[in-house]
Design a protein around this ligand. Structure first.
Ligand code: SF4
Length: 275
């Protein structure tokens, strides 16, 4: 049993390591109750994770291993802080009036929020009771785990589609692409609002055919309000070193303006609203 601690505010770029050594492996989470969970940190004023001003809770646990991940310290529950649901909701209730006034809300990111399904479900339900707009940032890899009642507590899905090509997806994330595409199609059939996020990494995801594949997949989906192209950066590189992980992108530069414009143009030409 992990030791209960205080949820830390801070930044997604703070390194958190080894805070709950007794935590289960992220592939074996049993959080049927959702009264407790593992979090990396939270931010109170993000403008990048959904509409308006957002509080963002970064939860621990992810089954993907993206080679360019900015936050490898969110992969394992054992690196997170063990906190109670009540503590998270108490914190959130302090910000709720300002978030509502500024047209924002709560976003749960990670890590992958669907690893701790009951915990994140109850945070979303609590946030809805406060009148907050809610958003989840997810790879969709665990989308099959999510039922309609979970989705009913989430207003917006920020869906990271990292590639349209199964081989590229596996090379970049270590996992299968199919669950993400299946989840995207299900969200489209439910008319659930989605912002698709695509991380543009030179030499990994920037191939024109890869971009075209995502653009053609997404363009017919009326529920996709935005495609957001996110240029690769190295703000998380120091974490890989601190965690003794091999970082494959030490020599990868952020994409040039020219490449970013080319990719934005590909999405636009396919009929997507892109930024
Ligand atoms: S899905 Fe997100 S948190 Fe998980 S490895 Fe990929 S970038 Fe990192």
């Amino acid at each position: 049993m992990s030791e209960l601690r205080t949820l830390e505010s801070g930044s997604r770029y703070d390194l958190r390591k080894g805070l709950s050594p007794d935590a289960p492996d992220e592939s074996e989470v049993r959080d049927e109750e959702g009264s407790f969970g593992y979090c990396h940190s939270y931010e109170t004023s993000s403008r990048y994770d959904g509409p308006g001003l957002r509080a963002v809770v970064f939860v621990s646990g992810c089954l993907l291993r993206c080679s360019y991940c900015h936050n490898p310290d969110t992969w394992h529950l054992k690196d997170g802080t063990y906190v109670s649901l009540q503590q998270v909701l108490d914190r959130l209730s302090g910000f709720a009036p300002s978030l509502i006034k500024l047209g924002g809300g709560l976003t749960i990111s990670g890590g992958e929020p669907m690893v701790q399904l009951a915990f994140t479900r109850r945070i979303f339900q609590g946030a809805k009771k406060m009148g907050l707009h809610t958003a989840i940032e997810t790879s969709g890899f665990l989308g099959d785990r999510v039922d309609e009642s979970y989705l009913s507590a989430v207003d917006l899905i920020l869906l990271d589609i990292k590639s349209s090509d199964p081989d590229t997806y596996r090379r970049v994330t270590g996992r299968d692409l199919a669950p993400t595409l299946r989840f995207a199609e299900r969200l489209a059939s439910l008319s659930k609002p989605v912002w698709v996020r695509f991380t543009l990494v030179a030499g990994a995801t920037d191939d024109p055919a890869n971009v075209d594949g995502i653009a053609r997949f997404v363009a017919p989906m009326k529920n996709v309000q935005w495609v957001e192209v996110q240029p690769f950066h190295k703000m998380g590189e120091f974490k890989w070193k601190a965690m003794d992980l091999e970082y494959k992108h030490a020599n990868t530069e952020p994409p040039t303006r020219e490449v970013v414009n080319r990719v934005i143009g590909q999405f636009r030409d396919a009929g997507c609203q892109v930024r």
